[in-house]
Design a protein around this ligand. Structure first.
Ligand code: FES
Ligand SMILES: [Fe+2]
Length: 307
């Protein structure tokens, strides 16, 4: 191992383009402004009176005030606390209280926002390009028979989004880390544009169940569990810095109400043994693989499009 590999470059890539969850919908009321740190940047999110959320760079293009420190929602725009310039969620300046003319080219850096199934996502692209794929609908959310809202928990981890996404196609760790015995060739990996589908049928602690998942970019992974109690589990990761992220696990279930937190605890406990591995591993650009290691190389070919 070279010194560089060991001490400097745990991850040989930047922050990947993707939709990333920045909040749950109920964490941002109409008229509310909140500071946000993501993508290695200080940001601000706000919700206009029309209910639509926006995410902007935190520092006002005028003289650099932090829009999350005293900024207020004015109609659907965000008003800076310093001189009262107002910014639309698409970044353009809508109002300068003392100027006859808004300077041409007055723009704040804005991030496209997509709010779906009770979560707010912001689009990150390293070169500022517009979204390249769409987020799914989750029909189970707010559906009769399903629990009323997400059961969820989060943790900050010192790792990179690609490491977490690779954890699925790296199905050979399931036995060692998660105590999950897999039949031979049980993992199916199907790349599809900016997403991929996977399927596995294995023995899990709660009895025989089926798992099928769809990933959307490197920020959202979903899987549906059939068997004992139907559930849909979402994992979202949000890069805070290049080597630090927020990991959120969220679940909707059809289990009776008194079973739900137990079922959720099971899913969290299933994920938790990965945390220590993720926080300390490096990304091996040229891993030493054996024939039975599964679709890791195919996964990496797919993941290269996010940089
Ligand atoms: S710094 Fe924002 S309006 Fe002047
Ligand atoms: Fe894992």
């Amino acid at each position: 191992m070279t010194i560089q590999e060991n001490t400097i470059q745990r991850f040989p890539f930047g922050i990947p383009l993707s939709w990333y969850q920045v909040a749950f919908s109920d964490e941002l009321e109409p008229g509310e402004v909140r500071r946000l740190h993501a993508f290695g940047r200080n940001l601000v999110m706000f919700r206009g009176e029309d209910g639509t959320a926006g995410v902007l760079d935190a520092y006002c293009p005028h003289l650099g005030a932090h829009l999350g420190e005293g900024g207020e929602v004015a109609g659907n725009d965000l008003e800076c606390p310093f001189h009262g310039w107002r910014w639309h969620r698409d970044g353009h300046c809508t109002h300068v209280p003392y100027a006859k003319r808004i300077p041409s080219g007055a723009r704040a850096t804005a991030y496209p926002v997509c709010e779906r199934f009770g979560m707010i996502f912001a689009w990150f692209h390293p070169r500022g390009e517009p979204p390249l794929y769409d987020l799914p609908e989750i029909p189970e959310w707010r559906s009769p028979g399903w629990c009323a809202d997400w059961e969820h928990r989060e943790i900050e981890l010192t790792t990179h989004p690609q490491e977490i996404a690779e954890n699925g196609p790296d199905w050979r760790h399931l036995d060692k880390v998660h105590d999950m015995q897999m039949a031979e060739n049980d993992f199916v990996f199907e790349p599809d544009g900016y997403g991929y589908r996977w399927y596995l049928g294995g023995q899990v602690e709660m009895g025989e169940s089926t798992l099928q998942g769809v990933n959307y970019g490197l920020g959202l992974s979903t899987f549906r569990q059939g068997g004992v109690h139907d559930a849909i589990v979402l994992t979202t990761v949000t890069p805070l810095e290049i080597d630090r992220l927020k990991f959120r696990l969220s679940m909707l279930s059809r289990a009776p109400e008194e079973e739900i937190s137990k079922q959720f605890d099971y899913h969290w406990a299933f994920a938790a043994p990965d945390f220590r591995i993720w926080e300390h591993k490096i990304h091996r650009k040229q891993p030493l693989l054996c024939e039975e290691d599964g679709p890791i190389a195919r996964f990496r070919g797919w993941a290269a499009q996010f940089y």
